[in-house]
Design a protein around this ligand. Structure first.
Ligand SMILES: *Cc1c(COP(=O)(O)O)cnc(C)c1O
Length: 383
C-alpha cells in the first residue's frame, strides 16, 4: 500500500468509537439489537423522518428497495450509468432490466431528468436518482416525472447522509432512500447502510426482509417472546452488527461538524482551482451548504492525459480516484444489454475526464494548497 501524504478518503475515528465498540463487546449481544434500534431512531431523527432500517451495507439497502417494490422480469428501471455498479447489479439480480440514462454534463454529474423521461416505456417501474458526490440530483423534476408516470423514485443517497437541501433532505424525497456507511463514506461504520421509505408499510416490509422475513425476530425470542415464527416472504440476512451501529452512533454525532469541515475544504478548493484554464469544477453553481461533499470531482478538458496527471499527483504523495467507470460499458452489462461505446455519449465523455481530488475531514487549507499546487504544476491542458 502506498503511504500517501494526502489520502483520497480517510475516516475520522476517535477514542469515542473505540469506547463504543468496547461497550458492545461487554454487553453480550453482537447482532442487530438495542444499539441498532437506537442508531435507527437517531439516524431517522437526523433526516427528519419517522424511522429508518439499518442494514449490513449500502448494496443491501438498494437490494431491499428493489425487492420491496416487487421488481422482477419484464420490469425496467431507469438509472444513471455514471454510478457505482451496485445499483445496476441489484436491479439485474431481481430479474429486472436496468436502462441507463445520461448525466447532465461536465457541470452536473447527476442524472438528466429529460433523458430519463425519453427512456420511459410501458415496462418502466422505477427511476433511480443518485446524489453524485453528495450533490442533489434534480429532485423536483424527478419526483414530478415519477408521479406523472406512476413510477417509484429510489434515491441512491450513499454519498449524502443527513443532507438538507432546499428541496428536502436527500434520500427522503422519493419513495425509498438508500444510504451506505462503508469505510470510505461520510458516515463510516466499516460496513453498514440504511433504508428509509415514505410509506411505513414499505419500510416495515424492508425491515422484515432484512431478517429472513421472519415474523418474530431473534431479539424478541431472546426477550421471551414467541419461540415459533412464520416466514411470509423470501428474505435475506442483511442485519447490521451492534458493533457497526455503535460506531455509527458516534459518527452520526460527529457528522454536523464533519460536514462543516468538508464545506470549508470545498470553498478553499474552488478558490484555489478557479484559475486553471479548461478545468471544470462540477456543481460550481450549487450552494456549498447544499451538498454532503462526499467527493470533490473535477472534469479535465478533452485531450488531457488523466493517467499522467494521476501519476504526477501520485509522485507528490497525493491520492486521486475516478468516480466512476460508466456502468453500461462493464463487460457484464454491455454483453447482457447489447450496449457498446457510443450508447451514452455524454456519460462516456465525462467519465473519461473525471477525477476526484482528496476530500475528508483532515483536509484543511494546507492540504488544499498542496493539492492545488500539485495540480497546477502538472497542468498541461491539450492545445
Ligand atoms: C458505496 C456506494 C454504494 C454501495 O454501498 P456499499 O455499502 O459499499 O455496499 C451504492 N451506491 C453508491 C453511489 C455508493 O457510493
Amino acid at each position: 500500500m502506498t503511504d500517501w501524504k494526502i489520502n483520497l478518503y480517510r475516516p475520522e475515528l476517535t477514542a469515542a468509537e473505540t469506547a463504543a465498540v468496547t461497550e458492545v463487546m461487554t454487553s453480550g449481544w453482537l447482532s442487530a439489537g438495542p444499539v441498532t434500534r437506537d442508531f435507527e431512531a437517531r439516524f431517522a431523527a437526523a433526516l427528519g423522518v419517522d424511522d429508518a432500517v439499518a442494514v449490513s451495507n449500502g448494496t443491501a439497502a438498494l437490494h431491499l428497495a428493489v425487492l420491496a417494490l416487487g421488481l422482477g422480469p419484464g420490469d425496467e428501471v431507469i438509472l444513471p450509468s455514471l454510478n457505482f455498479v451496485s445499483t445496476a447489479a441489484v436491479v439485474s439480480l431481481c430479474g429486472a432490466t436496468p436502462v441507463f440514462a445520461e448525466v447532465r454534463g461536465d457541470h452536473d454529474l447527476c442524472v438528466d431528468p429529460a433523458d430519463m423521461a425519453a427512456r420511459i416505456t410501458p415496462r418502466t417501474r422505477a427511476l433511480v436518482a443518485v446524489h453524485y458526490g453528495g450533490y442533489a440530483a434534480e429532485l423536483p423534476a424527478l419526483a414530478a416525472l415519477a408521479r406523472r408516470h406512476g413510477l417509484a423514485l429510489i434515491e441512491d443517497s450513499a454519498h449524502a447522509p443527513a443532507t438538507p437541501t432546499p428541496h428536502g433532505v436527500l434520500g427522503t424525497v422519493g419513495d425509498i432512500g438508500c444510504y451506505s456507511f462503508f469505510a470510505t463514506k461520510n458516515l463510516a461504520m466499516g460496513e453498514g447502510g440504511a433504508v428509509v421509505a415514505r410509506d411505513p408499510a414499505v419500510r416495515e416490509r424492508i425491515r422484515r426482509l432484512r431478517s429472513h422475513a421472519l415474523t418474530v425476530g431473534a431479539q424478541d425470542r431472546h426477550r421471551g417472546g414467541p419461540s415459533l415464527y412464520d416466514v411470509d416472504a423470501l428474505g435475506l440476512n442483511y442485519r447490521p452488527t451492534e458493533i457497526a451501529c455503535a460506531i455509527g452512533r458516534v459518527q452520526l454525532d460527529a457528522l454536523p461538524a464533519a460536514a462543516q469541515r468538508r464545506q470549508e475544504a470545498v470553498r478553499a478548493y474552488r478558490r484555489a482551482l478557479a484559475g486553471l484554464p479548461g478545468l471544470t469544477l462540477p456543481f460550481a453553481g450549487h450552494r456549498v451548504e447544499d451538498s454532503a461533499h462526499h467527493l470533490f470531482p473535477v472534469v479535465l478538458p478533452e485531450g488531457t492525459d488523466r493517467e499522467q496527471l494521476q501519476e504526477r499527483l501520485r509522485a507528490a504523495g497525493i491520492q486521486t480516484g475516478v468516480h466512476y467507470p460508466p456502468t453500461h460499458l462493464f463487460t457484464a452489462y454491455r454483453t447482457r444489454l447489447g450496449l457498446g461505446p457510443g450508447s451514452l455519449p455524454v456519460t462516456e465523455s465525462v467519465t473519461r475526464r473525471q477525477l476526484s481530488l482528496p476530500l475528508h475531514t483532515g483536509i484543511g487549507p494546507t492540504e488544499v494548497e498542496q493539492v492545488a499546487e500539485a495540480v497546477s504544476s502538472a497542468w498541461q491542458p491539450a492545445r
